[in-house]
Design a protein around this ligand. Structure first.
Ligand SMILES: [Zn+2]
Length: 193
């Protein structure tokens, strides 16, 4: 396995981050290797999800690793490797704060479906169907957006910069005027994908 470079050129119009990805027809060694490299890259970066365009590959592939430790402090992170994922069902809507490994230094508040059903293919080429809610559902939606060339900024209700403060704690500052309502989303967790 190898740690790949994560693209952060989201300001460039021609970036692969803005392109819709190509469906994977057949799972071969090359695809399995890409998925494993993406897992290693995600872990190295301390993220909870990563999509192929973020490592410069225009393919419909994502990895997610997340444990809901708010629900269960002993929860073990579950690893997903999904090809050609599609959201086939959604329920509810909830706002939460997200970060992105390709957009460092920013956080956004984004509305996402509360529960989703995702259809796709696993690393063995088998059809899979996953039901997710809460933060896991949010992470999937963020990653599937990447596969369609959509970044979190494209959906942002509010935008924040995040910098490391003198005490090492992150300092989150709203961008623009009239955004004093940051407390409204207090209690949400910033997730980096
Ligand atoms: Zn992202």
């Amino acid at each position: 396995m190898a740690v790949l470079d994560i693209l952060q050129d989201w300001r460039e119009e021609g970036s692969i981050l803005h392109r819709k990805t190509v469906r994977i027809r057949k799972v071969d060694r090359r695809i399995r290797r890409l998925l494993n490299d993406m897992v290693e890259t995600m872990r190295e970066a301390g993220g909870v999800g990563l999509a192929a365009p973020q490592v410069g590959r225009n393919l419909s592939a994502l990895v997610v690793e997340y444990a809901d430790t708010d629900e269960d402090p002993d929860a073990v992170p579950e690893l997903y490797k999904i090809l050609n994922p599609q959201i086939v069902r959604t329920r509810g809507e909830v706002e939460g704060r997200e970060g992105c490994l390709s957009v460092p230094g920013f956080l956004v508040d984004v509305d996402r479906a509360e529960r989703i059903t995702v259809k796709g293919m696993d690393a063995d080429g088998k059809a899979i169907r996953i039901k997710a809610d809460g933060w896991l559902a949010r992470i999937f939606q963020h990653e599937i957006d990447h596969l369609n060339g959509i970044l979190m900024m494209d959906r942002a209700n509010r935008l924040y910069t995040v910098e490391e403060g003198e005490d090492g704690e992150p300092v989150v500052t709203p961008i623009g005027a009239g955004h004093e309502e940051t407390e409204a989303t207090a209690g949400t967790v910033a997730v980096t994908n």
